[in-house]
Design a binder for this molecule. Structure first.
Ligand code: ZN
Length: 320
């Protein structure tokens, strides 16, 4: 992999007297983490700033609200006025990158993110939704909802569902609603927003990427391994078409090991086919399939502790 650091984020943050870290929880190579200046109460370094992508930033707690491609907005949020922020950014740019233009505007809210903004984040004020998440093994649903931006609707066609956002980088591309009632006709109802082959990746890909089926499986994997170099994606089904593989590859650039964790009732032939397709898409990386321990039918069924032990135990690259 070529080292192409476009922005010296460490130097920039030092100049701004902003504490940063580049190892430990939520950190990954090529990124520097700071406490999110948009979150009012972040002491946990949840905002990651990319050195390689010229200062693109991303908040793990509220990725849809506190992320952006233009570091000018972030630097201004950290104190300096626009003129000083531009001067600092130009000073800490590296290599061939162009200078930051004076006139860059904040990225426009998309129609989709506006629509998403009408939903409410799930709290204890929404007991049906919080209880549903608890019943699915998420011990602290309110914190979970805040970190992964889970929402709900008071009325209308999205009511009665835990709404889960699908993002690619800082951009919201779609969402799905998981019915909280067992007898709901449709378990998942998805606003695809014209997209095919969606992939749900609640946290950016790390060293090991587990690939499960349902969004709640991926959410369980994410919540269970927050301090580990592990991410879990959901394919939202068993179809690995070209679009879905393409999305997975784009979002899994960091992953060295890809581990398929399908539901226990998956037929052998189907599992083999999906494994072969993943191997073809991720040539040169370790790709394998893993059976769930009995009696679990899917990853989402496991408690957080079981899921953590299970995933952590299989996250090491093994040479065969
Ligand atoms: Zn934030």
């Amino acid at each position: 992999m070529t080292k192409n650091r476009e922005l010296d984020v460490r130097g920039l943050m030092d100049a701004l007297r902003v504490p940063w870290k580049d190892r430990g929880r939520n950190c990954s190579k090529g990124n520097v983490n700071i406490c999110c200046p948009y979150c009012k109460d972040d002491y946990g370094y949840h905002l990651t700033v990319s050195e390689e992508l010229g200062g693109l930033y991303y908040c793990y707690r509220r990725p849809n609200d506190h992320s952006g491609a233009n570091p000018l907005n972030l630097v201004m949020r950290l104190g300096p006025n626009r003129k000083e922020a531009v001067r600092l950014l130009n000073h800490y740019q590296r290599g061939r990158t162009q200078l930051v233009a004076e006139a860059v505007k904040a990225p426009q809210q998309t129609a989709l993110s506006k629509q998403w903004g009408f939903f409410e984040q799930i709290t204890e004020q929404h007991p049906n939704y919080a209880d549903y998440l608890r019943s699915r093994g998420f011990d602290h649903p309110v914190g979970l909802a805040r970190r992964y931006d889970l929402r709900c609707a008071a009325a209308g066609k999205w009511a009665g569902r835990v709404l889960i956002p699908f993002s690619e980088g800082p951009e919201l591309v779609a969402w799905t609603g998981r019915a909280i009632r067992k007898d709901a006709e449709l378990k998942y109802y998805t606003n695809q927003n014209g997209h095919e082959g969606l992939v749900y990746l609640p946290r950016p890909a790390r060293h090991t990427l587990f690939v499960a089926e349902g969004p709640l499986d991926a959410l369980k994997g994410a919540a269970a391994t927050e301090e580990l170099p592990i991410a879990t994606a959901a394919l939202t089904g068993k179809q690995l078409n070209a679009e879905r593989l393409g999305r997975l590859k784009r979002q899994a650039a960091e992953a060295q090991q890809i581990v398929l964790v399908l539901d226990a009732d998956t037929r052998f032939a189907e599992r083999s086919r999906m494994l072969a397709e993943l191997k073809g898409a991720f040539l040169g990386r370790v790709v394998r399939s893993l059976a769930l321990p009995a009696p679990f039918k899917d990853l989402g069924e496991m408690g957080l502790r079981d899921a953590r032990n299970f995933l952590q135990g299989h996250a090491v690259v093994t040479l065969r």
